[in-house]
Design a protein around this ligand. Structure first.
Ligand code: NAD
Length: 257
């Protein structure tokens, strides 16, 4: 049975990595997918791949740090498919010059927060009214295990931004629980995607990260997509306000009770 039959799902940052894999998986599970990305070409390619696999999708160009773009992406979903059931706030950046407090610039900090924090806020600001019009729904905010641990390789703005995603998720979950809207954070561990590999750009940096992962390997975007599928579909109907860690055991290995 298809797990997202008759659901409309909007995924930001769906032109690459986790978002792309999730868009393809959601479509294969019967969802009509709104593929949102700042990179229009990438969004179109993902949409074409979904059409090729027999699914339904549209591409929408939007910068999630811009209110008008987020309003327009939600409007596009409702115009094309008549409703919105699932909102996955996945778009995020990890700046190459994000470092410790001393060397991270204000520009890097502001840019990181504009996309990773304000982007989630805008997604919810315009997405929640649409979910309410549909009678409820599921919001998946993509955070990161670094919000739980503190990374060995410093990326202060990124880590702080993901902490904000976790606290927003808890409050949104509490506020909207009785409106049939579930809000969960998905915390991927280190994955073999462009975002992380651009940042861990030397073998030494990669090894410094790998040595801490109990499974001894980076994860694949597909492994996050399957967790997103669970949070998106009705099987997770009693799950809200949670932090779903999908990290190869890294957080468990370093968390004290
Ligand atoms: P990615 O770089 O492969 O994909 C991110 C996509 O977001 C790109 O297509 C990019 O064009 C798009 N994007 C960037 N800025 C945007 C904006 N302002 N508006 C709209 N789209 C924008 O990254 P990924 O690894 O798939 O990461 C997806 C999410 O997962 C991010 O929130 C990231 O922080 C999080 N995450 C990733 C990892 C990892 O190891 N890759 C680990 C933990 C969390």
């Amino acid at each position: 049975m298809m797990r997202l039959k008759e659901k409309v799902a909007l995924i930001t940052g769906a032109g690459s990595g986790i978002g792309r894999e999730t868009a393809r998986l959601f479509a294969a599970e019967g969802a009509q997918v709104v593929v949102v990305d700042i990179n229009e070409e990438a969004a179109r390619e993902v949409t074409a791949a979904i059409h090729h696999q027999g699914g339904s999708a549209i591409a929408v160009k939007a910068d999630v740090s811009k209110a008008a773009d987020c309003q327009a992406m939600v409007a596009a979903a409702e115009k094309q498919y008549g409703k919105l059931n699932v909102l996955m706030n996945n778009a995020g950046i990890s700046h190459a010059e994000d470092n410790d407090a001393i060397s991270t610039t204000e520009e890097v900090w502001d840019l990181t927060f504009a996309v990773n924090v304000k982007g989630v806020f805008f997604g919810c600001k315009y997405g929640i009214p649409a979910l309410l019009r549909a009678g409820g729904g599921s919001i998946i905010n993509v955070a990161s295990f670094v919000a739980r641990l503190g990374a060995a390789t410093p990326q202060l703005a990124y880590t702080a931004s993901k902490g904000a995603v976790l606290s927003m998720t808890r409050e949104l979950a509490a506020i909207h629980a009785r409106q049939n809207i579930r809000v969960n954070a998905l915390c991927p561990g280190p994955l073999q995607t462009e975002l992380l590999m651009k940042y861990l750009d030397t073998e030494e940096k990669r090894q410094r990260r790998l040595v801490h992962i109990p499974m001894g390997r980076f994860g694949q975007a597909k492994e996050i997509a399957y967790a997103a599928l669970y949070l998106a579909c009705d099987e997770s109907s009693y799950v809200t306000g949670s932090e779903f860690l999908v990290d190869g055991g890294i957080t468990a290995a370093y968390t004290t009770p």
